[in-house]
Design a protein around this ligand. Sequence first.
Ligand code: FNR
Length: 193
Amino acid sequence: MMSTSDNNRDIEILAFAGSLRKGSYNKALLRAAKELAPESLNIQIFDLEGIPLYNADVEAQGDPKRVSEFKETIREAEGLLIATPEYNHGVPGVTKNAIDWASRPAKKAPLNEKPVGILGASPGMTGSARGQSQLRQAFEFTNSYCMPQPEILVSRAHEKFDEEGDLTDEATRKFLGKYLDALNDWVNKFTGE
Ligand code: FNR
C-alpha cells in the first residue's frame, strides 16, 4: 500500500454510481469528484454494467466474473465512494444489488469494516436525499463505516451539469472539494498509521 505518513499518504478509493445510463448525473458527479479530489485521494471508478441480479444459487457456484472483479476492487480499496440516484423515494435496485453482492460472505465481505462516503444527484429538489438515507441503513448490516457528515445532495442536477456531463455549478464544485477533503480524513481515521 502506498503509505507515507499521517494525512499525506495516498488513499485508494473505489467509486461507483448506482446508475447504468450513459448520461447519468451520478456518474458525472463521480467524474467531477475524481477531478476535484485532494492529491492524496486516488479515485478509481467502477462501472456496474454487467453485474447480474443477486442470486444465491449462482453465488453458490462461484461469483460471476464481473462480480469477482467488483468485490476484488472493493477489497483492494481503502474506502468507497458511492453516488446513488433516488428511485421512488428509495435506493435504486442497481445500487442495492451491487451492495448485496459485496455484502457476501457475511462477516468476511469486502464491505466489512470499509469506510464509505455517500453522495448523490437528482433533477428533483431533494437531490437523492431519501435514496442516500436508505443506503446508510444497509451499511449498518454490512458493518461498514459510513461518513456521517458532510452530506452532498445535488438537487436540480440538470442545471448543474452541462451537456457533456461536466459539473459547471461553482458552488457545488467548491462543496464537493470540501466533501472530498472530509472523506480523506474519514478514511484516514480507519486506515491511517
Ligand atoms: C426517478 N427519479 C426520481 N428522482 C427523485 O428525486 N426522487 C425519486 O423518488 C425519483 N424516482 C424515480 C423513479 C424512477 C423509476 C426513475 C427512472 C426516476 C428521477 C431520477 O432522479 C433521475 O432519473 C436521475 O437522472 C437518475 O439518476 P442518474 O441516472 O442521472 O444518475
